[in-house]
Design a protein around this ligand. Structure first.
Ligand code: UD1
Length: 419
């Protein structure tokens, strides 16, 4: 079993580069199932989650080639043999559920087990199913599976009760092969939705309005080849920005779209951290004195729930009290217990966490309870006195490529150890 060992106290300095956005890569790989033509991608992040979604596609019959040396990925789904993704693979990762929309739209049938993923809430799929059924799918659920059927999906107006990222993606992709026009209202507006729409348009789909709350999709009959470049990962960028802030560092984070991380920049500045924006990069300079700021997570363009735990690590060393309100997931404070083991003073009251900052955190044995929580424990460990050992790091490796090596490159005392 591997763990991550962090010895706190180093000031981080230098340049660190962000990779492609996991949350773009996974839905786009799933969406390649729409087409029988080859899709090529460069700079694919070699994440565990990427291997899971490509294994899902392979298990259906897709021809998938990843070259780890060049990070080039080629997918061709011209020989799909199964419409039932392996439950073991789907159980490993919630994003696997995104194969439902394209399989249903292209083949008129899909049978898929209920998804797994980070344990941060009940994470139902009702909005996905409601949307697909509005497009004409007949859906049955039971025995841990969902089965959907249609002759051809029909365009329709779909109103989402909540701007779910995954439901917007599944419905948007499915609507690409539907007959006629679909409008998704109260759609998610995340940059990853825009990246997916750009990919879809590059293979010949007709999607407009992505990035707003109303997305229009005109169904098409045939698709073409593409070569797509993913957007950078705004959450990885935000994580490195906090690493600089929490260590009193001076770090240039490269391959960043500053517009994608406005709320993170704003909150760091409010906390007294200097953030200088450049072309596709940000420089984060901190004197280590952190003012408390309140954080409320919201759908994009609000503060991302995927950055909540990292900001909580930072606020646990602030010179005052801050309040965190988690509105997106109902169970996303599991990291609090782990922070407490390191001496943080945090109280939870339902969807609120009250964080009383302190100038001392102490290293401890802690557990990554989910992907972003694991990254946040690394951040706390970079500041803490002594050694922090983080277990269950497979969560972290789902979403960060070589986080240990990258942080070592800017001066962190961090290593992966075999236990
Ligand atoms: C995606 C991201 C995840 C991020 C989340 C919110 C990927 C692969 N994952 O997850 O990193 O934390 O967006 O920004 O892109 N909900 C329902 N019914 C549904 C679907 C969702 O009630 O049918 C609820 C969820 O339980 C949750 C909220 O909506 O409370 C947001 O979920 P959603 O936006 O769908 O997140 P994911 O797509 O799962």
């Amino acid at each position: 079993m591997n763990k991550i060992l962090v010895k706190g106290g180093n000031t981080l300095k230098g340049k660190i580069k962000v990779g492609a956005a996991k949350n773009s890569v996974l839905p786009i790989i799933a969406a390649t199932l729409l087409s029988d033509k080859k899709c090529t991608f460069t700079d694919v992040p070699l994440l565990n989650d990427v291997y899971v979604i490509t294994d899902v596609l392979k298990s259906l019959g897709a021809d998938v080639n990843i070259d780890p040396a060049t990070c080039k990925l080629e997918i061709c789904c011209n020989n799909i043999l199964s419409l039932e993704p392996s439950p073991d693979l789907v159980g490993k990762m919630r994003a696997s559920f995104l194969v439902m929309g394209p399989l249903l739209a292209r083949y008129g049938r899909v049978r898929i087990s209920l998804p797994g993923g980070c344990n941060i809430g009940t994470r139902p799929i009702d909005l996905h199913l409601k949307g697909l059924s509005t497009l004409g799918a007949e859906i049955e659920t039971g025995y841990g599976f969902v089965e959907a059927k249609c002759t051809r999906l029909r365009g329709a107006n779909v109103y989402l009760d909540f701007p779910s990222v995954g439901a917007t993606e599944n419905i948007m992709v499915a609507a690409c092969l539907a007959e006629g026009e679909t409008i998704i209202q109260n759609a998610a507006e995340e940059p990853e939705i825009v990246d997916l729409a750009n990919f879809l348009n590059s293979i010949g789909c007709k999607v407009t309005g992505a990035g707003s709350d109303s997305i229009k999709i005109e169904g098409v009959e045939s698709l073409n080849e593409t070569n797509h470049i993913f957007i950078p990962d705004r959450i990885e960028a935000g994580t490195f920005m906090v690493a600089s802030a929490i260590t009193g560092g001076d770090v240039v984070v490269e391959n960043v779209v500053p517009d994608h991380i406005r709320p993170v920049i704003a909150k760091l500045q409010e906390a007294g951290v200097q953030v200088l924006e450049g072309h596709n990069k940000v420089r984060v300079i901190s004197n280590g004195v952190i003012s408390p700021v309140d954080i409320k997570t919201l759908p994009y363009p609000g503060f991302p729930t995927d950055m909540q735990s990292q900001l909580m690590a930072l606020m646990s060393i602030a010179n005052g009290t801050s309040i965190f309100t988690e509105t997106v997931f109902e169970n996303r404070f599991m990291h609090v217990n782990e922070f407490r083991r390191m001496g943080a003073d945090i109280k939870i009251d339902g969807r609120l966490s009250i964080v009383k900052g302190s100038s001392v955190l102490t290293g401890a044995d802690v557990k990554a309870t989910d992907l972003r929580a694991g990254a946040a424990l690394i951040l706390a460990g970079l500041f803490a006195k002594g050694e922090t050992t983080i277990s269950d790091i497979y969560h972290i490796e789902r979403g960060y490529v070589d986080i240990v090596g990258k942080l070592q490159g800017i001066g962190a005392n961090i290593e992966k150890i075999k236990v």
